[in-house]
Design a protein around this ligand. Structure first.
Ligand SMILES: Cc1cc2nc3c(=O)[nH]c(=O)nc-3n(C[C@H](O)[C@H](O)[C@H](O)COP(=O)(O)OP(=O)(O)OC[C@H]3O[C@@H](n4cnc5c(N)ncnc54)[C@H](O)[C@@H]3O)c2cc1C
Length: 611
């Protein structure tokens, strides 16, 4: 499961929760709650020894070995694997994005479908639903929506529109016949060989060859249009990079049997986004994507070791199980097709078993006991360096077992005070307003003209795998103490501790970290004057910040609060708990994302409150 030693593995992910498409029709039918379909990728990646960058990749430049993003610096790689899936065909047709509910992104689809069903129930009138696309997904969604609406007491008028000649076009005769019979028995209208050219709030417009049609178009009315038109290439890669990757006529990335792209040995692609040049017939289905997984894993490792790669051999047929709603499914393989409750029980068993291998946390976010021992990061720390080189792992556990890496990774007040007390008293310096004696968060000095200067130094250890984020949080944290004193930060110097890795890795880590630091400082008008690097155990980011402070009388001190004083919290508490859980692979992504967001806020409001 873990990457080979000395390999830093990063997963770049636009959405931290992956939805298992195989159970989506069951969700639509009302058989599963949403969490049954969801895989929290963050804890899974932690256990696999991988770092996670939560951002949508925009493009890849296979010549420069760079992946670019919107709003954050590019990432360098030695070896890349593209697994971005697909989107739906025809989203650019007039009105589709605005008026139709597309099956991709699948997370958005499942978020919306419940609300749609609910609105039909509330309005208490027949629901006209058109599913555009007569493939497996379209057929399943038409049947399961029909079942769901009926179960909710709504009279549905379901229709499927397809440009193909038959329902389930690419399947064998018995399967197609079973699908047609199912649709007929359920009263689901099927309109074939018609292409939808426009969608609006009243339904869809299809091209027609109907005699008597003046403009060659027909209108099919609908209250809800579900867009399930088959796979199209996803937005990544944009293809602007020098030496773009070869694609087929539709835009899917061309790959060899080894899953390497045709032009670049060090860029792999698998799943829906790839087109196997020697097996162009392979459909875009999860069963193929899943079976490519072990070959991809083997070949990525073999490529790193300079060993022989294995070819992926797609299976000619697979067991297809389509959810029909009403407690039944349609199963087909080797040209045979069966419908019934037993088929759905089989599908349910297969799907639940599949999901149980990946769902580390239960619905409430608690670790599932059967997976508690999974992976290297479960339980106490076992490794000294994180896969991405940031050193973000539970290696620095405190005695109470609480790992810490961020702001909490510092000496407690008591040993600090005692150590300082043993030092000889400092000579009196009239220019010092807040110095060692004051034991404050920030030091303050005054020049001959009476102007106050604030000084602060803060260091944090990497608390996650993303050095850019660590840099942003370190900078926000360091300037915040000055704001809390009613001051304005002006200058900063950075002391960056880097892990002992190869020079190229260190360079990349430093670039990412300082990009994050600079972004925050630049926005606030704080100039980074310079700094220093050290090589050590993991990534640490220290910033010494100076700035203008208020007059001596207006200078707020840490001490002096009295019982009855109002306590204003400028940010929520509890980020440390979430980070500790994340480092152990026990935190849900929405908690972690919320914590990261809060940590990038500066305490500027403190300055305004002080005015
Ligand atoms: C309603 C429906 C039902 C289906 N049912 C079945 C079924 O029963 N059986 C079956 O075999 N197939 C089914 N499929 C097809 C199946 O979903 C796909 O073939 C399968 O998901 C492909 O897997 P993948 O890993 O290539 O892509 P995906 O599963 O789509 O995963 C791609 C991942 O990349 C992420 N990503 C995308 N773009 C970026 C970016 N720019 N930066 C970072 N991350 C990015 C996505 O968030 C996602 O996590 C169904 C499809 C639909 C729509």
């Amino acid at each position: 499961m873990e990457p080979p030693p000395d390999v830093r593995l990063l997963v770049v992910l636009d959405r931290p929760v992956a939805v298992y498409s195989g159970m989506v029709p069951g969700f639509v039918a009302g058989d599963y709650p949403m969490h049954a379909l969801e895989i929290e990728v963050l804890p899974l990646a932690r256990r696999a020894g991988a770092g996670v960058i939560l951002a949508a990749a925009r493009d890849i430049d296979p010549v420069r070995h760079e992946i670019s993003f919107e709003g954050r610096p590019r990432l360098r790689y030695d070896l890349a694997s593209i697994n971005v899936g697909s989107t739906v065909r025809g989203l650019d047709l007039p009105g589709v994005s605005k008026h139709a509910l597309a099956t991709r992104p699948i997370g958005h689809f499942i978020d919306q479908i419940d609300a749609q069903v609910e609105s039909f129930v509330t309005r208490n009138r027949p629901a006209r639903v058109l599913v555009v696309g007569g493939g497996a997904a379209g057929m399943e969604l038409a049947c399961t929506l029909d079942a769901r609406l009926r179960a909710a007491g709504v009279t549905p008028a379901l229709g499927v529109v397809s440009g193909d000649r038959q329902l389930l076009g690419g399947t064998r005769a018995l399967t197609r016949r079973a699908a047609a019979a199912e649709a007929e028995a359920r009263g689901i209208g099927v309109t074939l060989e018609r292409r939808v050219v426009h969608v609006d709030d009243a339904g869809v417009i299809v091209e027609t060859t109907r005699p008597g049609s003046t403009d060659g178009q027909d209108r099919l009315p609908a209250d809800l249009v579900v867009w399930a038109t088959g796979a199209a290439p996803s937005a990544f890669p944009e293809g602007r990079g020098v030496g773009r990757l070869a694609t087929d006529e539709q835009g899917f990335l061309e790959v060899r049997d080894t899953l390497q792209t045709t032009g670049f040995d060090d860029v792999f692609a698998a799943g829906d986004c790839a087109r196997l040049v020697d097996h162009r017939w392979v459909p875009r289905a999860g069963v193929y994507a899943v079976r490519q997984g072990p070959i991809l894993d083997h070949n990525l490792r073999a490529h790193l070791r300079g060993q022989a790669l294995k070819p992926y051999r797609p299976q000619r047929d697979f067991l297809s199980l389509l959810h029909l709603g009403e407690g039944r499914a349609l199963g087909s393989k080797w040209g045979f097709a069966v419908r019934g409750a037993g088929v759905l029980r089989l599908k349910d068993w297969i799907d639940r078993r599949f999901m149980s291998r990946f769902q580390i946390l239960d619905e409430s976010g608690r670790p599932r006991p059967d997976l508690a021992g999974l992976g290297a990061m479960a339980g106490s720390a076992s490794r000294s360096r994180s896969p991405d080189g940031t050193g973000a792992d539970p290696g620095g556990a405190h005695e109470d077992g609480m790992p810490c890496g961020g702001c909490a990774a510092k000496l407690g007040a008591q040993p600090l005070t005692q150590a300082l007390a043993e030092l000889p008293a400092a000579a009196h310096d009239a220019s010092v307003l807040l110095g060692l004696d004051a034991r404050d968060d920030v030091a303050a000095t005054r020049n001959a003209a009476g102007d106050t200067t604030l000084h602060n130094v803060d260091v944090i250890r990497a608390f996650c795998d993303d050095p850019w984020l660590v840099g942003r949080v370190a900078a926000s944290n360091a300037v915040s103490d000055l704001y809390a004193k009613g001051g304005r930060p002006r200058y900063a110097q950075a002391v960056i501790g880097l892990p002992d890795i190869d020079p190229a890795g260190s360079q990349e880590l430093l670039f990412q970290t300082l990009s994050g630091v600079r972004e925050i400082l630049d926005t606030l008008g704080v100039t980074l004057l310079g700094g220093h690097t050290t090589i050590g155990d993991g990534l640490t980011v220290g910033l010494s910040v100076t700035g203008e402070g208020p007059d001596e009388q207006a200078l707020m001190r840490q001490a002096g609060a009295r019982p009855g004083d109002a306590l204003l919290l400028s940010q929520p508490l509890g980020t440390g708990v979430v980070l500790a859980a994340d480092m152990r692979g026990l935190a849900r992504a929405d908690w972690v994302e919320a914590a990261h967001t809060v940590m990038q806020h500066t305490n500027e409001i403190g300055s305004r409150l002080a005015d």
